[in-house]
Structure formats: C-alpha cells, structure tokens
Write a protein that binds this ligand. Structure first.
Ligand SMILES: [Zn+2]
Length: 441
C-alpha cells in the first residue's frame, strides 16, 4: 500500500512507499494533508517529471463497490478500497417520510395534498437509493484523482440476468414468459398450497395474500416471497419472517431476493455515462472477464482484488500481496428533518437547532485530551457528536463517552460524509529479501 503525495501546488505526484513518507515527514519536508486516504503534501517544489499515470478500476456492487488503483505496466496495486453504500438506509428513510406525510394528512394541521402522479420524472431519473450509490462512486473517483495521477478508468459493466440467475437452463418461450404466464398471482399461490393457509392448513376460510419475509424486514414483492394465510394467521405473524413465526418450510420456498442484482442492473449505464465528463478513457469489462482474470492469476475473492482484475487491460501479474484495503462506509452528512418523531412516529421534537459548535460538527474525527479532575479524564480518539451546550459525545473504539467538553477536542479529520476503517489484506505481504524495499516506479 503506497502513500499518496501531492506537490506544493496540490498537484498529484507519484505515490511513494510508506517508509519514504515517514522519512519526509520526520525531516519536516512534508506534512500530512489528509488522513483518509493518507496523503502527504511536500513543503518544497520538486522538479518532478510527469508522474506515471495510474488506472483507477471500479467494480460496482449493490452494497459494496471495490476500487483499486493499478499501475498498468508493473501490475503494482497502489491503493485499494471497499466502498460501502447506504442505499438501504436511504430507502428506509424515504419510507419513514412517506408514513409521516400520510399521518399528517389525517391531522387538523397544515394540509398537504396527496402527490403521487402529479410530477413527471426527468429522463435518466433513478430512485434516490440508486442515485446515492452512483454519487458515492463519482465522489471517490473525483477524490482519488486529486491525490494520485489517474490517467484512465476501468469499470465493470455487469448485466446480471435475473432469469438466468434463477434457472440457468431456461430458454426460448419460457425465458420470455417467466413463472407467472397465464396465471393470476392469487390463483398461482392458491394452487401451490392446495387452497389452504400456508401456516395452519385451514381450508374453507377467508384467505389473504401475505409476504413470507415482510416488506418491513426487506422482503420484496416477488411472487416467490408471497404466501396464502388465513385471517388469524396473517396478523399473528405480523412483522416476523416465516422462519421466526415457526414455519421454516414456508421460508424455504422463498427464493433469495434479486434486489441486489436489480440495483446493479438499473445503475450500471448511468454510472458509465456519468464517468464520461471526467475526460478520462473509460474501459469496460464484463463480470466474466473479471472472474477469469482473477482465477487465471490465482488470486482470492475480495472486493479490492476483484476491482484490480476489471477489464482487458489487467496486467499479467497483479502485485496485490499485503495491500490493506481502506474500508469506506457512506454515512451521509446530517439530518435535514424538520420534524422529529418519537418511536411510534408521532412528532414530538423540534428540528435540530445546532450543527456546528466551536467550529466542529457531528462526524468529525477528533482527539480529546480531558485533564485530570474530570470524571472522563483520559485521551480519546473518535467521532464527535456535538451538543449545543458544548458538552459533547465522543464515540471511540472503546464505546461512547458522554460529557466531553468541546474545548478538549482537536479535529483530526473533518466529517466528509464517510467513515473509515482499516480492512484486512486478502494476501499476506511478500517476504523482503535482505531489506530490499517494495518495488518503486
Ligand atoms: Zn392459518
């Protein structure tokens, strides 16, 4: 894993070995510019020839996107990251907002008319959960270009065929028509359970269609997630999946959801189109190409390594031993909610009044040194949660410490919408012969 270096005028230079960065820092020739990803800035202008261009490779996924910065000629992986998206949380937040607005319509307060088909979606519109995945990737392409000399991009442009994922042998008319051709959903389900409740087996009673894994628990509206239940069983099951309700045999019928594949399918071309304005050549590779490159080079499966194997440009030897990926998780910035609610969804709090206290905001990584008389004395490094009173919380590895005053905190890394962790290397570092250093270029 090399360290990013920028010149005095903040132009990206060739990344350097950590030992060299350490020497530059201790000699006072460079300063830490950014903690995540670790970047140093030189204090004196150096006559650096044109830095060797690197290729940024992207392996987009529904939950996690792999990023790898690779030197095309030597095959050295310079940097790798796993970017965890927050699509599911955005989806949940929008559901919560919808529930709140529905509830508002019933109250004698400012009237909010129902709006569902009054607006036209612009071309290329994507749901916010998918939009956030694309924005996360674009943000990181932009950031990496600021710290390293990126000369080209590679993107995996997968098409997950959901029919084939399900049944690899399907073809012809069956492929075109799918499972439900010629059926109504209800009739299809009734036929499956011999016209009785899927849970208690009751027949000749009013039956209802219900979700095996409830929508509130991430279940989809696919037909394989639907079952027939009688009137007492449906509310008794409530928000439990069938297995928790004591019916693992019903749960086994539900096929695993295809929502992840659908999310990648829906956003792959949008990402490709939005990478074009960077002006860099974008190479695309298929899922099979990535897997072939990886297995041919005998590399294990990991997000960072998959990313390094994207596309036809993958060098013959991918040097990724000892590369520790940076685990980046999208956290969002702050809440813009104007009406906060209690656990039951009733509005009971005013919107957040303060987001900046003494120049720091929630999410900043800080070092807090609390002097001796205080109960919380000690040194803490962690994420800050600001309070208007100045008595803040610091969430560190050892847990959350409450009541640390803001005056004891010094910022280490400003909140930038992401949290960072050190990942685990997929391959151990290579043994160095006689103190030789890792290859440089
Ligand atoms: Zn029943």
């Amino acid at each position: 894993m090399l360290v990013f270096v920028v010149g005095t005028e903040q132009r990206p230079l060739s990344p350097c070995h950590p030992a060299r960065a350490r020497r530059l820092l201790s000699a006072g020739k460079a300063a830490v510019w950014r903690r995540y990803p670790f970047t140093i800035i030189l204090k004196r202008a150096v006559p650096d020839a044109q830095p060797a261009p690197l290729r940024l490779k992207i392996d987009p996924g529904s939950r996690t996107t792999g990023l790898a910065l690779v030197h095309d000629v030597s095959g050295q992986v310079v940097w790798a990251a796993e970017l965890a998206h927050r699509g599911q949380r955005i989806h949940e937040a929008l559901l919560a907002r919808r529930a709140l607005r529905r509830n508002r319509r019933q109250r004698h307060t400012r009237y909010r008319p129902m709006r569902f088909d009054s607006r036209r979606w612009p071309d290329g519109w994507l749901p916010p959960s998918l939009e956030s995945r694309i924005s996360n990737v674009l943000t990181w392409v932009d950031r990496v270009r600021r710290y390293a000399p990126v000369g080209a991009l590679s993107q995996e442009l997968v098409r997950c065929d959901t029919q084939l994922l399900e049944n690899p042998a399907i073809s012809g008319v069956d492929y075109q028509q799918g499972t439900l051709a010629g059926y109504e959903v209800r009739e299809y389900l009734l036929e499956q359970v011999q016209r009785g409740c899927a849970y208690c087996g009751a027949t000749d009673v009013p039956l209802q269609v219900e979700h095996i894994v409830p929508k509130a628990r991430g279940g989809t509206k696919r037909v394989s997630n639907l079952a027939i239940a009688c009137e007492p069983c449906n509310p008794a099951k409530g928000q439990q999946p069938a297995a928790e309700f004591g019916h693992p045999e019903v749960q086994a019928q539900a096929k695993c959801p295809l929502s992840d594949a659908a999310a990648v399918n829906a956003s792959r071309w949008a990402l490709y189109r939005r990478l074009q304005p960077t002006g860099l050549p974008v190479q695309v590779g298929t899922c099979g190409c990535t897997k072939g490159n990886r297995t041919q080079r005998g590399l294990p499966k990991a997000h960072g390594i998959d990313a390094a194997c994207v596309g036809m440009s993958t060098p013959q030897h991918v040097l990724c031993a000892g590369i520790v990926p940076l685990v980046i998780a999208a956290t969002g910035r702050h809440s813009r909610q104007m009406c906060r609610t209690n656990a039951s969804g009733f509005p009971d709090k005013a919107p957040k009044a303060t987001s900046v206290v003494a120049g720091m905001r929630t999410g900043d990584l800080v070092r807090a040194v609390v002097p001796v008389p205080a109960i919380t004395r000690g040194t803490y490094i962690g994420r800050l949660a600001v309070r208007a009173t100045g008595s803040c919380n610091v969430k560190s590895r050892g847990g959350t410490v409450q009541g640390i005053h803001i005056r004891h905190c010094r910022p280490l890394h400003r909140a930038d919408g992401y949290s960072y962790q050190k990942g685990e290397a997929a391959l151990p570092p290579p043994a160095l012969k006689g103190g030789a250093s890792a290859p440089r270029f």
